[in-house]
Write a protein that binds this ligand. Sequence first.
Ligand code: B12
Ligand code: SF4
Ligand code: SF4
Length: 376
Amino acid sequence: MRTRARELGFDLVGIAPADPLEGAEFYARWVALGFAGEMTYLQRNQDKRADPARLVPGARSVICVGMHYHQEALGDPSPLAGRMAQYALGDDYHDLLKDRLRQLWASVREEAGEDPAGRYFVDTAPVLERELANRAGLGWWGKNTCLINQWQGSYFLLGEIVTEVDLEWDHPAVDHCGTCTRCLDACPTDAFPEPYVLDARRCISYLTIELKGSIPEPLRPLMGNWIFGCDICQEVCPWNKKAPPVREPALETRSGLQHPPLTELLAMDRDAFNELFRRNPAKRPKRRGLQRNVAVALGNSGSEAAVPALTDALRHHDEPLVRAHAAWALGRLGGEAAATALEEARRVERDEQVVGEIAAAVEALDHSDREAAGGR
Ligand code: B12
Ligand code: SF4
Ligand code: SF4
């Protein structure tokens, strides 16, 4: 089974007992404290999450797999380029891992000789994937909450097969974080209320991928040029110094996504968006969500060269959410051209949310810029 898993592209394989999970209580508390934000699906099916046997009656073992996605050094992006999390630079991993798990499950069934029960999962099902993978010996959950392998770092994705087949269990992995606090210190939005606990509502990954509406204003300046996900708490982790590179071609960086030019992304129509992000995870927040993130990144660029693209978006974008964030970005960049664009938009904009953002952005401008643009 292990050899077959490696042939199918999995870099890590281990087997956990399908017993109820101790972390279920920690999980319930985490949700109750509101740390899941708007990810309401995490509140559902907590009984299933707590016990793999609720997913597959009679389950004995969980085969846990990991696949690397660490990309070649990406170099320094220019101030007008965006950054995407490394896992999202190639094809979407859900279908890919599911297809490989389907093949692995076929081999396991064949070896088992009968017709055993079993199901495979990647991410979207009510499964506590990190805890199961920990039990299967794939790694420990670090203070940044990611699952880390002592030899291979944390840039890997997880999947699992829950089955009634009796397999030899591995030993759980042990914590090697020690006194290190690099991830906690490096997080730009201060998203860890304490070690090993993430308040997703402050995490850039949540804000850029999961949050549907407006990004809370105080967090926007802290997001830098991340337009989809964030890797900072993994980049600084010493266990990632020797993280092996991606082996699966479908997860390698696509052209156009390495240093995506923000002004072009902001101007994309639906067809261009669908074309660039075909089979890519960045389709999840949809065009409006991604361009909202792009507007914020342009606002954080500190570059006057961003003003024309933002002005265009404020005037013409079909999505109020994007116009609202473009207004914020212009206010943050400031200068005469930004002030003029905001004053013009103030006269014609009808959407209540955008009007509010324009007013706040005008407030943020220097007095001199406001006067030059003819505002009050
Ligand atoms: C919701 C979610 C998010 C949310 C919340 C993340 C979080 N830390 O909870 C957001 C959108 C922020 C997110 C971000 C990312 N995610 Co995500 N996400 C998930 C998802 C769907 C559920 C995670 C969850 O249940 N969180 C709730 C917390 C409480 O659970 P947990 O962190 O897993 O903690 C468990 C254990 O660590 C353990 N535990 C922890 N502390 C303690 C203490 C005690 C005493 C005990 C007993 C147990 C215990 O118990 C918990 C419950 O089992 C999983 C897939 C899945 N089904 O598991 C992917 C998953 C965790 N994400 C993944 C990835 C790749 C990411 C990002 C790296 C993407 C990116 N670059 O932007 C970031 C990383 C940010 C970070 N520091 O975590 C991978 C992680 C792979 C790995 N090596 O760890 C997963 C497993 C998806 C996959 N199939 O590969 N994600
Ligand atoms: S992914 Fe980024 S924002 Fe989220 S916890 Fe890690 S460093 Fe902080
Ligand atoms: S940076 Fe340090 S504390 Fe954070 S996960 Fe890595 S080893 Fe643990």
